[in-house]
Design a protein around this ligand. Structure first.
Ligand code: GTP
Ligand code: MG
Length: 332
């Protein structure tokens, strides 16, 4: 990884103090941020000059290649294989659920947990912000978490309980979770723009947005502007996918649905092709209640067969069912 100074915006030819400030005001703090943005966004940041925006983005990308950070646009399958091997995983707290995910929640990808109210989405998020801190040999990444709380449901007491049940020091665990409360969708978008900076300045490997959709749903309710909502939500999703890829962190989002899956990432049955990136980097797990336990199903994954597993929620957060309960179910 390049040194921090090498990624400073003003090391780029054509970025003076004024441009730097404008870029920063739009949440672009490093050359990496710049390289990851689209021309429209950068142009907007620097008063609408798209020619200059294009030039800056190209320069940023060239600089990253020079530093060996950005691999070429076309990579060999061998390189791709190597890249996939560098992916790290965070245990969810339950072996069954880890199995379903191919070993845990992946870095460099967006994982969406969706389901009805009370299906356990927020509990999964709480548990992950603890388990990401575990030593690597116990399924963690020895790193902190950022928890973007949009529904006001983050509970530090619950983090303390889960930590204690897992034999961890609650004070230490709580200290490594940065909580950002988002009051509306615009605020949520602003927070996400700041996230890159936070990731760089503190050791963070997991970013949670619980829930990613609640504000959009509430604000666009009954306005008849579904298209606008989808557009904003899409932009948000692409933004967080970019952050996951650029910083190599695990991005976990939740989405409440009423009984049938929403169109969060588009129609899950749609053929592969259009949104290749979203398709290759995104996992969707459908959660539902079943008596005292929870059932998780991987939907629409390029790497995992569709099947269901059982887990429970107890004082350790997400946990494996006890021995006398069925561990696995066939697909439904
Ligand atoms: P919405 O945000 O309303 O859509 O629901 P959600 O999917 O986020 O549900 P959540 O993760 O909040 O799960 C709620 C369920 O988890 C409850 O019905 C309880 O069964 C369980 N739960 C929540 N808090 C605790 C706790 O402190 N201890 C235990 N053992 N279980 C809990
Ligand atoms: Mg919740």
């Amino acid at each position: 990884m390049a040194a921090q100074e090498e990624l400073e915006l003003d090391t780029l030819e054509g970025v003076g103090p004024v441009t730097k400030q404008k870029l920063e005001e739009s949440g672009i703090y490093t050359i990496m941020d710049l390289a990851a943005r689209g021309v429209g966004e950068v142009a907007e940041a620097i008063n609408g000059d798209s020619a200059k925006a294009t030039e800056l983005i190209n320069k940023a990308r060239a600089k990253l290649s020079e530093l060996g950070i950005l691999s070429k646009d076309f990579v060999s399958a061998k390189e791709l294989f190597k890249k996939r091997q560098s992916i790290e995983r965070i245990t969810t707290g339950a072996k069954s659920l880890d199995d379903l995910l191919g070993g845990g929640v992946e870095t460099g990808a967006v994982t969406e947990f969706y389901g009805e109210f009370g299906s356990g989405k927020s509990q999964v998020c709480h548990t992950l912000s603890v388990t990401v801190q575990l030593p690597k040999d116990q399924g963690g990444l020895e790193a902190g978490a950022i928890y973007v709380d949009t529904e006001g449901t983050f509970r530090p007491e619950r983090i303390a309980e889960i930590s204690e049940a897992r034999g961890l020091d609650p004070a230490k665990i709580l200290d490594n979770i940065i909580v950002a409360k988002a009051y509306n969708s615009a605020h949520q978008e602003l927070i996400i723009r700041e996230v890159g900076r936070q990731i760089e300045s503190s050791k963070v490997k997991l970013v949670i947005v619980d829930s990613a959709v609640a504000h959009y749903r509430a604000e666009f309710l009954g306005r008849g502007t579904l298209a606008e909502r989808q557009q904003r939500l899409n932009r948000f999703m692409h933004q967080i996918l970019r952050i996951a890829e650029v910083y190599g962190i695990a991005m976990v989002v939740t989405n409440q649905v009423q009984s049938s899956p929403d169109f969060f990432f588009g129609d899950p049955t749609r053929a592969t092709g259009g949104h290749v990136v979203a398709h290759t980097s995104t996992y969707r797990i459908y959660l539902r209640k079943a008596a005292k336990s929870r059932i998780a199903r991987m939907v629409d994954s390029p790497y995992h067969p569709e099947r269901e597993v059982v887990f429970v929620i107890d004082n350790k957060g997400v946990d494996d069912p006890s021995e006398d309960m069925p561990k696995r179910r066939g697909g439904s």
